[in-house]
Design a protein around this ligand. Sequence first.
Ligand code: NAD
Length: 451
Amino acid sequence: MKISIFGTGYVGLVTGACLADVGHDVICADVNQAKIDGLKQGIIPIYEPGLENVVKTNVSQGNLRFTTNAEEAVNHAEVIYIAVGTPPDEDGSADLQYVMAVGKTIAQLMQSYKVVVNKSTVPVGTADKVTAVIQQTLAERGFAAEFDVVSNPEFLKEGAAVADFMRPDRIVIGTSSKFAEDIMREVYAPFNRNHEKIIVMDVRSSELTKYAANCMLATKISFMNEMANIAERVGADIENVRKGIGSDPRIGYHFIYAGCGYGGSCFPKDVQALAQTARQFGYVPEILDAVEAVNYRQKHKLFEMICKHYGVWDKAEKGETKDILKGKTFALWGLAFKPNTDDMREAPSRVLMEQLWEAGAKVQAYDPEAMEETQRIYGQSEDLRLCGTKEEALKGASALVVCTEWKTFKTIDYKQISQSLEDKLLIDGRNLYRKKSANEHNISYYGIGVN
Ligand code: NAD
């Protein structure tokens, strides 16, 4: 089938590449000329395991192309995906300007029937808004054409996006048009061979399904972080509690790790956006507000732990943070918001680094994939040194803080840590290590919810 995708970010590029990989004829369009120029030369703008291979294979086979020419993309396909960003507005609600702009572009250029597939995460009611903008633009053109707007939320995880897209748990399609449904079934037929994964529902339920999924996952994380904060105070160990509750199949082991808060481009904005939607409809979303509040606090926890260790928390608590850690240098392992990605959006490491700088400290950091992105965000600064290896980051540092649970950090040489760190302090934001082992090497160890 002929398919076009507007937006070549994490979702659009993966969707385009994977649909091409199962034999569809795909054009990926973006307004970012540099990104498209790079893709045409085989430069993949993001780190995503397996993606480069899928892109290159399908480009060379001729079923995946890149363009900034919207007309080419619209005319090419009967099925057109919208996969552009929906960042948070000032009040937390989703900013739909990019989605609406693509809807308008499609309507300005379409010459025949199109299925417009919304893959961006959008508030309930967006399909109706996209329908309205297409109708209005067609009317302005004085051109009559049939179309359907379908909701098809994406559930891939960054860091495993290609694998998730290729082997989805479910494919949700929101439409009341049988004609559009049949076309979407054809698009996804190659992913639906072994057992039925397609779930068709009304558009509004489909739009809400995506938010409900992300909010449930964020709730699990904030819940565990709350348990960790309680565990810390009552002398319990959250790691034991995790195993104890995860063994109950109604709870399960997934997504119940305590840590330094969730980040990324989805959970923070989606929790806020659904809360805003609820408010707009006259409902106070108490659970969602609490999930967000707990996460906000959790992202500041590493700094709190550091300040408490150095005896300056009483000042920090009053907001007097300026220069309270002057002279200290912190080694940071992990910058990305989670392992296997270079995405730094809303990463807990950013909250910590910015607090450390405000407190007059320096940072020397290592991340297997997110160094370039960190450099892009923060530029050159003498307070941030990006190091080539995790060992180099330790040299001359006062303390080590682990922000991301990359595989390479899962084993640790306590002897080396003890010898390298001036203050022999290890802050473990992901509970990767054992306090007992650290203490045996004269290292002061603090984890999340461990005693
Ligand atoms: P992204 O920021 O990585 O990419 C968005 C792309 O859209 C950019 O390349 C931008 O240049 C392009 N764009 C903007 N306006 C355009 C236009 N008018 N025409 C063509 N291209 C345009 O975003 P992302 O992370 O891929 O997320 C896209 C959507 O998918 C969001 O709604 C997000 O919430 C949702 N989503 C993201 C993930 C994820 O893990 N990143 C997972 C599921 C759903």
